[in-house]
Design a protein around this ligand. Sequence first.
Ligand code: SF4
Length: 247
Amino acid sequence: MTLTGPADVSRAAAAADSLQALDTIVPTCRACPRLVEWRELVGAEKRAAFRDETYWARPVPGFGDPQARILVVGLAPAAHGANRTGRMFTGDRSGDFLFAAMHRTGFASQATSTTRDDGLTLTDVRVTAPVRCAPPANDPTSDERRTCGPYLARELELVRPSVVVVLGAFGWQALLSTLAEQGWVVPKPRPRFGHGVEVVITHASLGSLTLLGCFHVSQQNTFTGRLTPAMLDAVLERARVLVGPRG
Ligand code: SF4
């Protein structure tokens, strides 16, 4: 089936009877014409440093432990990071910072994340996004975010995490909008993003979810010291405390 519009996305996400099925469907999606055009253009033009590589240039599925109790959520794939490698937060400085922290805190098998077959495995964590295609200027429209929402909703049903570490204010807003549209009870007024902020939201059949805010791992934050390795480690450790020991 070719997924060319919001109705197709809703149908395909609902029909995914396993995480593996969902992760197979997502990369086939062509429901947002502007994003399809952009992701493929970036993949054709390439950055000079990667000119010998074949870009993924498709939607990027979530990655990590299928039984994860913690989701780490950004906004969308980076043009020359995940849109190149095909794995969330893989192949750019943001991912270097994130996976180094996950390795220090025991959630990742290695500190680096370079390609989707580099052997990296995650324990109790899955990395995903409310928007699966790289958007121009890292800025998806509301319609694009809404169209992509059923994928994240289905992922939440299949993984059943109890904590979501949300990277950055844009990801926070996008996630709250998606969750509200997908049946989660989001407090009004909407909780504001902040580093270390914790908010519990509920769903009639899925239970509760604690959102844990964290400054984004972009170079704007990590090069300036706004987000330090110790700060990110502390957020991940807090997530571990929230989920408790694994039974
Ligand atoms: S953003 Fe989501 S819904 Fe839109 S084309 Fe990409 S995968 Fe499909």
